[in-house]
Design a protein around this ligand. Structure first.
Ligand SMILES: Nc1ncnc2c1ncn2[C@@H]1O[C@H](COP(=O)(O)OP(=O)(O)OP(=O)(O)O)[C@@H](O)[C@H]1O
Ligand SMILES: [Mg+2]
Length: 304
């Protein structure tokens, strides 16, 4: 059973192909993440799914309906948090959540939702008096209160402090537990790894990799990432010859070696350091991440 089915979706703005033929499916109880850098086409995609933007071509099925043909059917079954929400500045947090709850047949209890996003103390505050992070959490509350079968969250944790971010992760995992599908966008790879059952990495309007986060990483990397920040090694040809090194990526002074034999590579790297008289300091070894995967696939870092 699927609750979102998208096929060959396209959208251009003038000569810019913002979404360039993407396809995917989402099932109930699944957290699906669209990951990609700024301008990848994530918001454009969400807007087309929820019926806020028309597509150029392709098909979209949300809970059995096409948002362009039956927008009301789609809207009554979903909750949406948008990246730049238009708010009524003089309404209080409580009034806004109550207002949104009134749009739906079977909303969640308003107080409960306000508590979930940690805004209980701000219940009586006008939305214009909220901080950026609080405003953001209010936007999420407005999505959740719908009790929709699919909750769409466009960069739910951008701009939140670490504590608020972790709290929100728990809220999102709770939505999944209650059987909802969550469709979110993010450019935080750690967030995607922690939350998502399935991720699609998007770049320039296309999906360049898709799968379960850990499986995706394992498929692309048998190797570990070995990182150090030393300008002297940026153009060092001999790094390629170290045992186990499969790939080298440099980004400013930061050198990342992907190796299948960590200890041997490190030993040889230190030999090279001795030979060239250029020390290698602050060396860090880590498991490959989705961030590495993006780098490997595009040659760029996801955050510039
Ligand atoms: N209304 C619009 N008119 C013209 N171009 C647009 C419009 N909205 C978005 N774009 C362009 O389309 C591309 C995709 O934008 P989109 O907002 O979907 O990206 P995004 O992945 O959500 O990025 P971000 O991470 O910054 O939110 C960008 O190059 C953007 O400049
Ligand atoms: Mg966006």
């Amino acid at each position: 059973m699927t609750c979102i089915k998208v096929k060959d979706l396209k959208k251009s703005y003038g000569s810019l192909q913002a979404v360039d033929g993407i396809s995917f499916e989402v099932r109930p109880g699944e957290i699906y993440g669209l990951l990609g850098p700024n301008g990848a086409g994530k918001t454009t995609t969400i807007e087309m799914l929820v019926g806020l933007r028309t597509r150029d071509s392709g098909t979209v099925d949300i809970l059995g309906y096409d948002p362009q043909v039956a927008p009301e059917k789609v809207k009554s079954g979903i909750g949406v948090q948008l990246q730049s929400p238009a708010m009524f500045p003089r309404l209080t947090v409580l009034e806004l959540v109550e207002l949104f709850a009134s749009f739906y047949q079977d909303p969640l209890p308003v107080d409960e939702v306000i508590e979930m996003v940690g805004l209980t103390e701000k219940k009586k505050a006008q939305s214009r008096k909220l901080s950026g992070g609080q405003m953001h959490r209010l936007a999420i509350a407005l999505a959740i209160v719908s009790n929709g079968r699919i909750i769409f969250l466009d960069e739910p944790t951008t701009g939140l402090d670490p504590q608020a971010r972790r709290n929100l992760w728990e809220v999102i995992l709770g939505l999944k537990k209650s059987g909802k599908a969550v469709f979110l966008t993010t450019h935080y790879m750690d967030e995607a790894e922690k939350l998502c059952d399935w991720v699609a990495i998007v770049d320039q309007g296309r999906i360049i990799a898709e799968g379960h986060p850990e499986t995706l990483i394992d498929e692309h990397f048998k190797e570990r990432a070995l990182e150090f920040e030393q300008p002297a090694y940026v153009n060092e040809k001999r790094l390629e010859k170290l045992t186990g090194v499969k790939k080298i990526v440099t980004d400013g002074d930061l050198v990342t070696l992907y190796t299948e034999t960590v200890s041997q590579t490190i030993a040889e790297l230190f030999d090279l350091a001795k030979e060239t008289g250029q020390p290698v300091n602050d060396i860090a070894v880590r498991r490959s991440t989705l961030e590495d995967l993006f780098l490997k696939l595009t040659g760029r870092r996801i955050r510039e």
